[in-house]
Design a protein around this ligand. Structure first.
Ligand SMILES: [Zn+2]
Length: 123
């Protein structure tokens, strides 16, 4: 019996396409699923000063940039002025909110790891 594969079954399907949208981290430039990254947007404060803020719900309008929740990626993005390019900002934005966000994340991760270590050491 000759089995002929129908064109539908031979078509290459990207397994990632069913998982979710893929974004590029502006820090390390790696492509990643959007749910592994966090979104930042540019906001203008009352003084006309531009600031980069974390859009945790990924729902704020306007241009967004995506980053790994990783200090390294944030630092690289700041050094490369990746926010300025990705968000089309003029001048130097205030990125302290983003830095604080990842600092907080990594602090809570460190705390839970410490907790695990403590639990492991108890006899
Ligand atoms: Zn990254």
């Amino acid at each position: 019996m000759i089995q002929r594969e129908s064109p539908a079954s031979t078509r290459q399907r990207n397994p990632g396409s069913s998982v979710g949208p893929v974004r590029t981290c502006v820090g390390c430039r790696k492509r990643e699923l959007a749910n592994e990254l966090f979104r930042v947007v540019a906001v203008i404060d009352g003084n006309g000063q531009c600031a980069v803020t974390v859009d945790t719900a990924a729902s704020l309008p306007g241009r967004g940039a995506w980053l790994h929740p990783d200090r390294q990626c944030v630092q690289v993005a700041i050094q490369r002025r990746a926010f300025v390019r990705a968000l089309r900002i003029a001048g130097s934005p205030d990125t302290s909110a983003v830095v604080e966000y990842v600092e907080e994340l990594s602090a809570s991760t460190a705390r839970s790891e410490e907790q695990v270590a403590k639990n492991m050491s108890t006899p």
